[in-house]
Ligand binder design. Structure first.
Ligand code: ARG
Length: 454
């Protein structure tokens, strides 16, 4: 492609070092769409005849079909997806193929391709995230009223329901989806026409090309457009954050399915055994999700570091954006799918969860609230309950089995109805504010998500 200036062929090692076609071939669909739109604009500018345009279009479409049927030979000497396709086009249709690259550089071409690629993948990932949400909502509905302990510091804190707990992940995923939608808006702008750095003396209608490709607008600064990889980092961040959420969910599931907790049972199809210990049933999907989140962070970090020292505009370092991007996209798609399946097939052990939630200590805060209702300032109430807790621990008597006299000895603010606090159903019913785990809120939120996730 640049033989005019050179008297030696590129060294074999340099070719191997610099090629990207072994992975960027994936951009073929977008590369071809971009080229057809670019050729269309050349017709309008009088640079291509209608016949030449048709030859280019048909030629590119036949290349597209061959690639999709695995009938295309990619060549390392041609370095990347862009040169592979262009060179094959010229081989197939002759002269008009050599006109295609007018007023375009691989710099604006690769930026166009990767924006189109991110846009399509974001749409796909949003669908998969919604599918996981659906699976979580289904499970939340099935166990909406299943009581279990909620934890802070991984110490039993207050009672919650499995429904409420699972819906927490649905909320996280909703933010993830909205972040992706937001990133999509920002990246859906056409850089094509920015050329190598400074546009071109041959002015094609950039807006026309943008319209053709479904871009909402065109970039406003050719240098920024060439150098910009914000959209890749932003996408990688959004995916890393989905990873963070899935990883936290994984950790909960790993704990819940241990013998120590025993709140859930994963299906045989979504667990693995041990080659040595016959009794083992391991939550590998959750562990892998937790582990792969490290990769998602690594991919984000790799691109952020690659970009940070680069002078404007294009530098070959930018080619290093693709493998991390592809890897994060592949990783998150599979993670979303397999987690949706695993959650759908998970059983909650209602009795075990209820038994753990029935620990009266979980209602110590409710007891303090009871005292507040009797006119005790909260800080003082906290102390009076603390004393009851200490007595319960000392005498090895559950908090709800201390006698009325023992409570009265601690404070006369404890009335004869003190122990009516130790009622889980009541404890949930009293939490009427939005966001609290009372069964009505949970039902309302399930209905909300069911309507939104169709
Ligand atoms: N394969 C290159 C990349 O991914 C395409 C752009 C090449 N541009 C250049 N001036 N060498 O970044």
């Amino acid at each position: 492609m640049w033989k005019g200036r050179f008297s030696q062929p590129t060294a074999d090692l340099v070719q191997r070092y610099g090629e990207s076609v072994s992975y960027d071939w994936r951009l073929y669909k977008h590369d071809i769409a971009g080229s057809i739109a670019h050729a269309g604009a050349q017709v309008k500018a009088g640079l291509l005849t209608e016949e030449e345009f048709q030859a280019i279009k048909t030629g590119l479409e036949s290349i597209l079909a061959d690639i999709e049927q695995n009938n295309f030979t990619w060549s390392q000497e041609l370095e990347d997806v862009h040169m592979n396709i262009e060179s094959e086009l010229t081989r197939r249709i002759g002269a008009p193929g050599a006109k295609l690259h007018t007023a375009r550089s691989r710099n604006d071409q690769v930026a166009t391709d990767t924006r189109l690629y991110c846009r399509a993948e974001i749409d796909d990932i949003i669908e998969r995230a919604r599918n996981l949400q659906r699976s979580l909502v289904g499970k939340a509905k099935q166990y909406a009223d299943t009581m279990m302990p909620g934890y802070t510091h991984l110490q039993r804190a207050q009672p919650v329901t499995m429904g409420h707990h699972l819906l927490a992940y649905v909320e996280m995923l909703a933010r993830d989806v909205s972040r992706l939608e937001d990133a999509r808006k920002r990246l859906n702008i056409s850089p094509l026409g920015s050329g190598a750095i400074a546009g071109s003396t041959i002015c094609l209608d950039r807006r026309d090309i943008a319209d053709e490709l479904g871009f909402a607008d065109v970039t406003e600064n050719s240098m920024d457009a060439i150098a910009d990889r914000d959209y890749i980092m932003e996408t990688l961040f959004d995916l890393a954050l989905i990873g963070a959420h899935l990883s936290r969910m994984s950790e909960d599931i790993i704990l819940w399915c241990s013998s120590e907790f025993g709140y859930v049972t994963l299906s045989d199809a979504h667990t693995t055994g041990s080659s040595l210990m016959p009794q083992k049933k391991n939550p590998d999907v959750a562990e892998l999700t937790r582990g792969k989140t490290g990769r998602l962070y690594g991919n984000l970090t790799a691109v952020m570091v690659a970009v940070k020292g680069l002078p404007l505009t294009y530098n070959r370092d930018l080619q290093e954006d693709k493998e991390p991007l592809f890897d994060s996209i592949d990783t998150i798609k599979l993670a979303l799918d397999v987690n949706a399946e695993m959650i759908a097939a998970m059983t909650v052990n209602v009795e075990t969860a209820l038994a753990a939630a029935s620990d009266p200590m979980l209602l110590a805060t409710d007891l303090a609230d009871y005292l507040v209702r009797n006119g005790v300032p909260f800080r003082h109430a906290h102390e009076l309950v603390g004393k009851a807790v200490a007595l319960s621990v000392q005498t090895k008597t559950p908090l709800n089995e201390l006698t009325d006299e023992q409570y009265a000895e601690i404070s006369d603010h404890y009335g004869s109805d003190t122990k009516s606090v130790f009622n889980l159903t009541k404890a949930f019913a009293q939490r009427t504010n939005p966001g609290a785990p009372n069964p009505e809120n949970t039902q309302r939120r399930i209905a909300y998500w069911e309507a939104r996730l169709v």
